[in-house]
Write a protein that binds this ligand. Structure first.
Ligand code: NOJ
Length: 765
């Protein structure tokens, strides 16, 4: 590698004393610099082209856990790259010891001593696991979601990490896609609020403390719209959909100050997202003025060869850099080809400069130049990981994430004494499944199971039989774990227990590793032998509480029809069993609301509340054939978006508007009275929707535009008021800009997207 002569260092380096490591200080002739840009330039101006390219290179961990011995082959090459200053970031390095060892090489052995930034998939917790993001979204509680991200950041930063690849803000409408578990569901407005909460939770106010980490909005863009819900599949969607549905949570993340973005594996309208200048340069960096950096998804630069878009690795690197992908995650193509591509004039050095400066800026913001070991304190790590307060925090959000779907004859909450309760199900005493699929650093068997949670309530007689089993796949590969599909040998014992009990709690659903990346399913029923087990138990005891564990909406029409009580408990993380037990026994009154529509069967998918009307919407005379419907299933979902019951009962009345119209720069206020006519105190998420009746582009039949969580004692009423202004009704119109169009609107307020009371108003532009 070509080095700058030492005297060049001395004349160029302008570093602030407070913002560089001792290695850099030794090499620098200090002059006072103050702005972030000056700090970045002070390093940037010293860099060779190779060193700049090195900053754009991210490697997966290659350090031998047992000591500082690089592995053979590729790992050894990567290790050499690290020593030469040709690595800007590492991912998947766990623990202070390993982080520190690698950072030491970057800081002490490379020419410029530029620190590494360490990324990890801290998606819903590091070692202490919070509910999967889809579950947390069901809480509709932005403070709880923010706190959960802050806990994850605090724990992850204690092990040396300073960057998470979260939040995933892809709006997801297709339950077949396994990664719906990782997002906030089907709605752009709710998704935007949650994106803000998560970004702020991870990043805090700033990076001055060592408890906050850089967040990453992903996957930009359209990844969740994979055809037929199959992960990594192609995506072909309109600009109208991108702008109105997909982009809002990404834009909200930028506005909330997210420092990094990740692009996506999919092609979007014929161009892989990784090579999309439209997405990365035009929308993100130019229109939204995003000044952080973009990392590719794992190997997505190289995958452009498979897409049939790049002819080889060199071409792929050229396409990705020209499109504004700043950092290469694991393709190893930037470090191999960018230098040649610059020399050949195929990419501009100014584009590389821009990417490098973005990365250096984030490293400065993190304070890594001032102290590269800021996140590396082994004693603090020991004292922090798995802290009691973290467990309390994830229990709190787990309770809030549970959604009560059905409660016929008030079967729930359970009586606290004198009952014989049978607990049945493969997942009822599983201590790994509740951890979900993104729990790379959690210990196996570390979650509280439902059995353990229920055992804390001593007043009843509790018996347990698993009925069905959890099995691992043919290859015995842990990631293939699923519910047994053939073995019914446990049925007899379970049925016998059910027969002699007052109430049966069946814990059924997907194993935690049956959703997530690469886990698309074409059948979204209750998997394996569990549906049959449920029906067999029902034959001997109808007092069933069905507790569902799943990472996506499931279709369970038989259960919805026949089972008296159904609780949606997702994959709730480390404290799962305690959260479920507290809800079943009424120590927490359920308040969650579905962030995704639950279909009646997989054929309805994608199904979402904010669909368009069509020219032939639902009609009165169902004898006619020629309207938009199925011949074999109703158009309505099993459970609509925003749905969720409580042990309280909430009545809505007195919808009133401050005026029936408003003009540009004006507003109206919409109020409703909510009364708790139940017997216990409870929380309700009051939801505001609008419909724009005629638009220059067709508009959805309903769009969420606001919500407020209130708590009401029995017989208590509260007036809830929302403001509607131009911002509320604007959208990306036929004029290809965000605007509010004059016309007639409906406003709806209610307990979910399907049960609302409504009124009309006008907007005059
Ligand atoms: C691929 C996934 O799509 C992405 O979300 C994740 O952050 C990376 N792998 C790194 O693990």
């Amino acid at each position: 590698m070509k080095l700058f002569p030492t005297r060049l260092f001395i004349s160029i380096v302008i570093l602030s004393l407070s913002s560089c490591s001792s290695a850099q200080k030794k090499k620098a002739n200090f002059k006072k610099v103050t702005t972030l840009e000056q700090k970045v330039d002070s390093i940037f101006n010293l860099m060779t082209l190779e060193e700049k390219i090195g900053q754009l290179n991210q490697y997966n961990g290659f350090w031998d856990i047992t000591g500082p011995v690089p592995k053979e082959g590729q790992a050894a090459k990567k290790y050499e790259h690290l020593k030469k200053g040709l690595v800007g970031s590492m991912l998947n390095v766990k623990g202070v010891k390993d982080v520190k060892a690698l950072q030491k090489i970057a800081v002490e052995q490379t020419r410029l001593g530029i620190p590494l930034i360490f990324g990890f998939d801290v998606i819903h917790g590091y070692k202490t696991i919070s509910p999967i993001p889809l579950a947390e979204s069901a809480s509709w509680d932005m403070e709880a979601i923010k706190k959960s991200a802050a806990i994850a950041a605090e724990e992850a930063s204690a092990v040396g990490l300073n960057w998470t690849f979260a939040p995933m803000v892809d709006v997801s409408r297709d339950a077949r896609w396994g990664r719906v578990m990782e997002g906030a569901g089907e709605d752009s407005y709710l998704g935007s609020q949650i994106a803000i909460a998560r970004v702020k939770g991870f990043q805090g106010e700033n990076f001055n403390s060592n408890k906050t980490i850089v967040a990453c909005a992903k996957h930009f863009a359209g990844y969740a719209q994979a055809e037929s819900g199959r992960d990594y599949n192609s995506v072909d969607i309109s600009e109208e959909m991108l702008q109105n549905v997909i982009f809002p949570p990404f834009k909200a993340s930028v506005d909330a100050g997210v420092r990094t973005f990740m692009n996506s594996f999919n092609e979007l309208n014929g161009i892989p997202a990784t090579a999309s200048s439209y997405l990365q340069r035009e929308v993100l960096k130019r229109d939204w003025k995003f000044d952080g950096f973009v990392v590719s998804d794992w190997g997505s630069i190289g995958e452009m060869i498979n897409h049939g878009y790049a002819k080889d690795g060199k071409h792929a690197a050229e396409l990705a850099m020209n499109a504004g992908s700043d950092m290469d995650m694991e393709s190893v193509l930037y470090v191999e080809h960018l230098s040649t591509l610059v020399n050949e004039g195929k990419i501009k050095e100014t584009d590389i400069n821009d990417a490098v400066k973005r990365i250096l800026k984030v490293k400065f913001e993190l304070g890594l130049f001032a102290n590269p070991y800021k996140y590396c304190d082994e004693a603090y790590e020991k004292a922090t990981v798995g802290k009691k307060e973290f467990q309390e925090g994830v229990l709190d959000v787990a309770k809030k994430s549970i959604v009560l779907l059905k409660n016929q004859n008030d079967l729930l909450p359970l009586k606290k004494s004198g009952q014989k309760i049978a607990l049945i199900g493969a997942l009822a005493n599983d201590k790994t499944s509740p951890l979900g699929s993104w729990r790379l650093a959690a210990d196996e068997n570390s979650a509280v199971s439902v059995l353990e949670g229920l055992q804390n309530y001593k007043g009843n007689t509790l018996t347990y039989s698993k009925g069905a089993d959890v099995a691992v796949g043919k290859t015995q590969f842990i990631f293939e774990t699923k519910i047994n599909e053939t073995d019914k040998s446990g049925f007899t014992e379970a049925i016998a227990l059910a027969k002699q009990s007052d109430v049966v709690i069946l814990v059924l659903g997907e194993h935690g590793l049956q959703s997530g990346e690469g886990r698309s399913r074409s059948d979204i029923g209750i998997p394996g032998v569990q549906q049959e087990l449920l029906e067999e138990v029902y034959k001997v005891n109808k007092n069933i509480v069905l507790v569902l564990n799943n990472g996506r909406p499931l279709a369970f029409p038989w259960a919805a029809e026949n089972i008296p009580a159904i609780v949606e408990a997702w994959h709730l993380g480390s404290q799962s069993g305690n959260a479920i037990a507290q809800v079943l026994y009424g120590d927490y009154n359920p308040s969650g609301k579905l962030p995704m529509t639950f279909p009646r069967n997989v054929g309805q998918v994608p199904i979402y509340y904010n669909h368009k009307s069509t020219g032939r919407p639902s009609i009165e005379n169902k004898d006619l054939v020629f309207w938009s419907h199925y011949m074999d299933v109703d158009n309505s979902p099993l459970y609509p978006f925003g749905y969720g019951l409580s042990y309280s009962k909430f009545d809505y009345s007195n919808l009133s508007l401050s005026s029936n119209s408003f003009d540009k720069n004006g507003k109206i206020e919409v109020s409703v009275t909510v009364t708790n006519s139940g017997k216990v105190t409870g929380k309700e998420v009051v939801q505001l929707y609008i419909r724009d009746l005629i638009g220059s582009l067709t508009r959805p039949v309903k769009e969420l535009k606001g919500f407020e969580m209130i708590e009401l004692k029995p017989n208590e009423s509260k007036k809830v008021t929302f403001t509607i202004n131009e911002k509320t009704i604007e959208y990306f119109s036929a004029n290809k800009k965000w605007e509010a169009e004059s016309g007639d609107f409906k406003v709806f307020i209610g307990t979910n997207s399907a049960e609302t009371i409504e009124a009309d108003f006008k907007f005059n532009n």
